[in-house]
Design a protein around this ligand. Structure first.
Ligand code: ACO
Length: 209
């Protein structure tokens, strides 16, 4: 039982273009690898430390095993691994992880967007659609996210969609080669007036196609 999976979300239109969110695919290998290799400097400061070097971890041949581990978590109901598309082209990922049902009905959400596609509302739109999906079809109650205090762009994205700060997690995650403090932000379903996408549209940050 995995309500809300698989699903295709959007489009939502922002200044960068038309944003859609859909499950990752095996055939994302070349776009994923190319984008991750080109965006190393943009991504590495904010991402979990990997064992192998960046170039090895993001070779095209690394996608099939990563894809199958994402897919098996999705089949177990613990994850919703999405790709983000801008005007139909792969430009990043939106991942809902550690989905716990029962009395918690909670998950975390995370994302990245290629530098070339950034600055025009893509992450904000993808996150808004992801949250509405979590609170709607996926029937979750609480979504949390963690972000480094130094990551101003991601904090702006989280603020844009209405996340509330809950605390500072000291030496929380092994990111970019060291244990890094992270801010914990969260949102529960009742906090959203209508849908998150409606809030963006009403605020002039996005529009329906
Ligand atoms: N300082 C302060 N604010 C900034 C900066 C900066 N250096 N750069 C951008 N911003 C603001 C923009 O003004 C904008 O805010 P606004 O809408 O209030 O004007 C916001 O950051 C960016 O919003 P979007 O255009 O929706 O986001 P974008 O598509 O550019 O993606 C993202 C942002 C996801 C952080 C991208 O830069 C990225 O992938 N970075 C590297 C990986 C990363 O940090 N991922 C997030 C990890 S934390 C998590 O997943 C919860």
């Amino acid at each position: 039982a995995h309500p809300g999976w698989p699903a295709k979300l959007g489009p939502l239109v922002v200044s960068a273009g038309s944003v859609t969110v859909r499950p990752v695919r095996l055939r994302d290998a070349s776009a994923w690898s190319r984008t991750r290799l080109e965006n190393r400097a943009h991504l590495e400061p904010w991402e979990p430390t990997g064992e192998a070097p960046w170039d090895v971890r993001h070779a095209m041949s690394s996608w099939p095993p990563l894809y199958s581990s994402l897919r098996s978590e999705a089949r177990r109901g613990t994850m919703m691994p999405f790709a983000i598309e801008l005007d139909g082209a792969f430009c990043g990922q939106l991942t809902v992880g550690n989905i716990v049902r029962g009395a918690l009905r909670s998950a975390w959400i995370g994302y990245w967007v290629a530098r070339d596609a950034g600055g025009g509302g893509v992450a904000t739109a993808a996150l808004a659609m992801g949250l509405d999906h979590c609170f709607g079809p996926a029937k979750l109650h609480r979504i949390e996210a963690t972000v480094r205090p130094e990551n101003q762009a991601s904090q702006a994205v989280l603020r844009n969609v209405g996340f509330r700060q809950e605390g500072l997690l000291k030496r929380y995650l092994d990111v970019d080669g060291a244990w890094r403090d992270h801010l914990l932000v969260a949102m529960t379903v009742g906090e959203v007036p209508g849908t998150v996408c409606d809030v963006l549209v009403r605020g002039g940050r996005a529009s329906w196609p």
